[in-house]
Structures are given as C-alpha cells and as structure tokens.
Design a protein around this ligand. Structure first.
Ligand code: ADE
Length: 335
C-alpha cells in the first residue's frame, strides 16, 4: 500500500519552527570558535522579532523565544562541500531537532537549510571546549607552583586571576554535569560516539554542556547495539571501547567507556590518555587488560568509577544514572 502520510522531512521549510531567515542572523566571520569535521563554527547573533513574523501562528520554538537577540554559535557548511558532507550535516540538524532540550546539552536554537550555506545555530558557550579550558588552567597553576605561590591564599597580585584556579570540587561538578547530559541522551535512546573533553563546552566558567552531535545516533529500542563504521577518517581510538574498536559496536555502554576516559582528562586537567601508547596499538593493549593507572591527585572513589567504566564486558559497566549518582555523592562529601 502507498503511504500518503507526509514525512516530517517533506514539510515545507516555512512551516518548520526551527527555520529562520538569513537576515535574522549575524555571523561574525572574524570570530571563529572552532572547526569541525566539515566547516567551521563562528560566533553569531540572532536578532529578535523577525522570528515570530515568519509563522506567527505556529507554536514557535520555545528555544527560539529564549534565544532572541543573544549570542549564538553558528556551524556552517562550506558551499563547496561534497554531497556526503551535506547529507551528514542535514542528518546532524535532523537529529538535533529530535533530541529535545536539556540543560546539559549544547542545544540547537535554529537552522537555515532552504538556502546555501547551510547553518546550524546552537547555544554559545563562552569558555570554549573543556579540554582547552582545563589545559589553560593547568599551565597557569603550574606557573604559580614554580613561583611558590600558594593559590589557595589568594595572593594580592595584579597578575593573579582567581578564575584560573580549579578545585577538586569544580572538577567533580563538571563530571556530574556531563554525566547528567549523557544520562539524558542514553535514556532518550541516543549514543554520542565521541564523548571526550574536546566535545564538552564550558559556559561562564562553571557549566558544562555536551556538544558536537556529528557522530550521535538514535538507536531503536530493538537494536541497542548500533553497528556502523565511523565515517571520515580519524577515529578517537583512545576514547573507544574494545568492542567499538574491534567490531564498530557502539552503545550507551561504549559511551560509558569513553566517559571514563573523559573523567581521566578532567582529573588530570587535560592530560593525554595512555601516554606512550600509539593509537593503533590500543586494541591489543586493552585486550591484554591494560588500563590507565590512578592519576596523582585522583581520589580513590573517583578512580573506582573510572575503572568500572573500563570493564571489558560492556554489560558490567555502570549505567549513566548510576555514575551520576555516585559522582554526585562524591561531590556532596567534599562540599
Ligand atoms: N566551539 C564550537 N562550538 C561552540 C559553541 N557552541 N560555543 C562556543 N565555542 C564553540
């Protein structure tokens, strides 16, 4: 039988609550925030009002109302992009529409897909990615150490910047925030597939959000093990579980593994995982039982969460809800 139900993707763009007109978006081409698998991310601004005029009767995106006249990040597909990149980009936009809003995600605000260049507009996070954020602070605190300055006593010094000091409490808070976001994703049936500090963004120095949904996939409840080659070259081997490296088997359990590596990155202030091991040697290293040691300054109970995430048997790894509860408990203990 023929299916005459119009698919969502067939809907005229003007009825899509996410679509905005290009003149309502200012892109600061001189303020590049980053570059992804395809195209770059720029700082931008959504300008208000006009969004309501396009389709006054629609239930306008709640997100859009919130976003009026605010700074945004604009992911843009270059006009010379090939068909594959184009379809991947449109897939990412479609996926973000379906994700739903969550405080711990870099939420989609709008898009432009009815003309080139295609744009995905998301929340702007003022402090960039978590990896860079942590590494900057690591460098700063090491410099103070060298100068024998005790940074917990707040020395009166023009060069001293208290925002550059991170505490264990703040690190645990980041870990809890990210686990909330991943708990939400997994419960909605999504796997991220690229959980790593470089894909977490920091807003106003104290809020982490999960970003870059380029590799994110929706898993139908019947097939919790998503099997697919990651497209486009570079694999994040040091963040991937053994079953993901060997069989391209991705699941919430493999996201949990990656989250363990992310915990390592957090507690080491942006350390590189498995120093001295080549990415291509990772599978044999892991299958021989190799794991990262407890980093200096890493509390025992935090390391035990990491170690649980790195169980060889995916079924033995904790769920994100359990991880979130444990980390929140640890945070409470030091508060
Ligand atoms: N870099 C990539 N995406 C970003 C965002 N949403 N906010 C800030 N920097 C970014």
């Amino acid at each position: 039988g023929s299916d005459i139900t119009p698919r969502y993707t067939d809907m005229p763009k003007k009825f899509d609550k996410w679509e905005i007109e290009r003149r309502n978006l200012i892109i600061h081409h001189d303020k590049k925030l980053g570059s992804g698998a395809f195209g770059a991310v720029y700082l931008g601004r959504l300008i208000g009002k006009s969004m309501t005029h396009k389709d006054a009767n629609s239930t306008l995106g709640v997100n859009l109302m919130r976003a009026e006249n605010c700074e945004v990040a604009v992911k843009m597909l270059p006009e010379y992009a090939d068909e594959l990149s184009r379809s991947e980009f449109l897939k990412e936009i479609g996926l973000m529409k379906s994700l739903g809003y969550h405080e711990r995600l870099v939420n989609m605000l709008a898009c432009i897909t009815d003309s080139e260049p295609l744009c995905l507009i998301v929340e702007y996070c003022s402090d960039g990615d978590l990896l860079r954020f942590l590494r900057d602070r690591c460098k700063y605190m090491m410099k103070l150490d060298e100068l024998n300055i005790n940074y917990h006593e707040c020395p009166i010094d023009d060069n001293y910047d208290p925002d550059m000091i991170v505490t264990l409490k703040q690190l645990l808070m980041f870990a809890v925030q990210v686990s909330y976001g991943l708990e939400y994703l997994s419960q909605k049936g999504y796997i991220h597939r690229d959980v790593a500090a470089r894909n977490v963004l920091v807003h106003e120095k104290n809020a982490c959000k999960i970003g870059d949904f380029g590799l994110c996939r929706y898993i139908y409840s019947e097939s919790p093990h998503y099997k697919s080659k990651l497209q486009g070259g570079r694999l994040p081997l040091k963040w991937m579980s053994p079953e993901a490296i060997r069989h391209y088997e991705f699941s919430s359990m493999s996201d949990v593994w990656s989250f363990g590596v992310l915990l390592f990155e957090i507690i080491t202030l942006g350390g590189t995982p498995y120093p001295g091991i080549q990415p291509e040697d990772m599978l044999s290293y892991l299958e021989e039982g190799g794991r990262m040691d407890q980093p200096d300054n890493c509390p025992d109970d935090l390391y035990s969460v990491m170690a649980e995430c790195w169980q060889a048997d995916p079924e033995k790894r904790p769920l994100f809800s359990q991880i979130r509860q444990k980390l929140a408990g640890q945070l409470e203990e030091i508060t």
